[in-house]
Design a protein around this ligand. Structure first.
Ligand SMILES: Cc1ncc(COP(=O)(O)O)c(C=O)c1O
Length: 335
């Protein structure tokens, strides 16, 4: 799925991120004290694991009306200290210019990492998410498209990086069977029971992704057929990106109140789950004062976090369910 030579199973997506950042040193990418660019529209673990790995984190805005950060946004945030970039494929979507980001990083010798927690199965110009940079972290948390109950995977083509990751996940042991520790680390191992669950889930993933994509297409078509008078519109899928349909993200029309639209959908029988991320990292109380935030904040991320909602999408939905969602949206109208 990810087309990488190496995969190192760990205890969570969070562990995968920290192990990945720390393992980079083994391949001559010393990151401690250097700066990594991290989108502010992501899960807290993307930033906190980089911090724990000794990096400085600089936040990056998203593109306008988009979940993901563009090359222009990364370029805006880059400084003389920047050594790495972490692209995050939020909601299983990727930025339209992900290919350009790969080139932009290579030209500057920035290490490119991917937080592909949401994006197992997503492709960009035919390349799987998770295969674009030095290494990627995948989450197998139960809400994701594949799960091992809790779990994560570090993927890379680099054998030395994978070797370092295997050592880091097991208390920095030189060999698994000997308590001889060459670096300070933790127990970040995946248990065998988790691994067994994960293998079963991965086995069926291809068929489940196909079903998710079919349902997403039906939602697209149903909403498009309803015409322009809807309270929300699906986030457009950028050309060249084939999302895994992990989330069906819509933006509430400007001038309408997000929470009221969600409540009206609920009255019409459609309960939306949570947002991908309703609050960007620079506004999270836990991170207040930890990272530099420009005076004007990050307006694009704040807008998309506030305005988006996720319509129900799950592989067990029927055509009737999809129709019910579409009718509920039409029923809410623009009131
Ligand atoms: C973007 C992103 N990165 C990392 C993680 C952490 O993954 P886990 O919950 O498996 O630790 C998550 C979890 O939802 C996530 O959404």
């Amino acid at each position: 799925l990810v087309c990488r030579k190496q995969a190192v199973a760990v205890s969570s997506g969070t562990a995968a991120l920290e192990v990945m950042f720390r393992a980079a040193e083994a391949v001559g990418v010393p990151l401690a004290g250097r700066e990594i660019l991290v989108p502010t529209n992501t899960f807290i673990a993307t930033a906190v694991t980089a911090l724990r790995a000794g990096l400085r984190v600089r936040f990056v805005d998203t593109g306008a009306g988009a979940l993901n950060s563009t090359v222009a946004a990364f370029a805006d945030a880059a400084s003389a200290l920047t050594a790495a970039v972490c692209a995050v494929h939020i909601g299983g979507q990727a930025s339209r210019d992900t290919g350009d980001l790969v080139t932009w990083c290579a030209e500057r010798r920035f290490a490119l990492f991917e937080d592909a927690a949401h994006a197992l199965g997503t492709t960009v110009d035919g390349h799987p998410a998770g295969s674009l940079g030095l290494a990627a972290a995948i989450s197998l948390f139960p809400t994701k498209v594949a799960t091992s109950c809790e779990g994560g995977v570090v993927v890379s083509d680099d054998e030395a990086l994978a070797r370092a990751a295997r050592m880091l996940r097991d208390h920095g042991k030189l060999e698994p069977a000997r308590n001889f520790h060459v670096v300070q680390a933790y127990n970040w191992r995946m248990s065998e029971v988790q691994a067994a669950v994960g293998l079963v889930s991965l086995d069926t993933l291809g068929a489940r992704l196909a079903r998710r994509r079919t349902l997403a297409c039906r939602l697209d078509r149903g909403l498009a057929a309803a015409g322009g008078d809807l309270p929300l519109e699906p986030l457009p899928v950028p050309e060249g990106v084939c999302p895994n349909a992990y989330k069906y993200v819509c933006l509430v029309a400007r001038g309408l109140d997000h929470d009221s639209i969600k409540a009206a959908l609920r009255r019409n029988g459609v309960i939306c789950g949570g947002e991908v991320y309703a609050v960007p990292l620079h506004l999270q109380p836990a991170l207040r004062g930890v990272f530099e935030t420009p005076a004007g904040g990050f307006p694009n991320a704040e807008d998309v976090c506030r305005r988006h909602l996720c319509l129900p999408l799950h592989e067990r939905m029927t055509e009737r369910d999809v129709n019910q969602v579409v009718q509920a949206v039409i029923g809410v109208g623009r009131r």
